[in-house]
Design a protein around this ligand. Structure first.
Ligand SMILES: [Fe+2]
Ligand SMILES: [Fe+2]
Length: 154
């Protein structure tokens, strides 16, 4: 069971995994419409998910969740550094997605990256939060995460 404070992030992850799968399949030409039209549709879908969900989601993780875990779990630093690098890679891909060039490879790679990133957070990072962060801090973090997610999506 996910800790209550992490549920809004897990909901984004759920949608993100579905999108990641569509991106990988689209990149491989396995879903219709195939070719340029389908790639443009996926690019649009990814850009919308990025603006509406990932921008606030990354902020909540980078400003609340990651700093808390760094201090609560010595030894988590390396994993968190990698997760932060993944966020940066996704942010950096946005202009190319908007430009619409080289979409087949870009969309496949983004789907692959997003899926691996989410699985690492769900399987490795969130359990650390649930095991090591004490109740009061976990609840405060939940309130702050919600605030960030709502401030941007409202
Ligand atoms: Fe993340
Ligand atoms: Fe996440």
């Amino acid at each position: 069971m996910r800790h209550d404070s992490l549920i809004p992030l897990s909901q984004d992850h759920h949608h993100g995994l579905a999108l990641a799968l569509r991106c990988r399949k689209q990149g491989l030409g396995q879903i219709r419409p195939m070719g340029a039209e389908g790639l443009r549709e996926r690019a649009k879908e990814f850009l919308a998910f990025y603006a509406n969900n990932l921008v606030p989601h990354f902020r909540a993780e980078e400003e609340v969740l990651f700093p808390l875990l760094r201090s609560a779990v010595p030894g988590s630093g390396e994993m968190i550094d990698e997760l932060v690098r993944n966020h940066a890679q996704i942010r950096q891909a946005i202009p190319q997605l908007e430009a619409g060039t080289g979409l087949a490879k870009l969309i496949f790679d983004l789907g692959d990256l997003l899926e691996r990133h989410i699985r690492k957070e769900e399987r490795e990072l969130f359990p650390l939060f649930e095991q090591h962060v004490e109740r009061g801090s976990a609840e405060t973090a939940g309130v702050e995460i919600k605030k960030i997610l709502q401030s941007v999506s409202a």
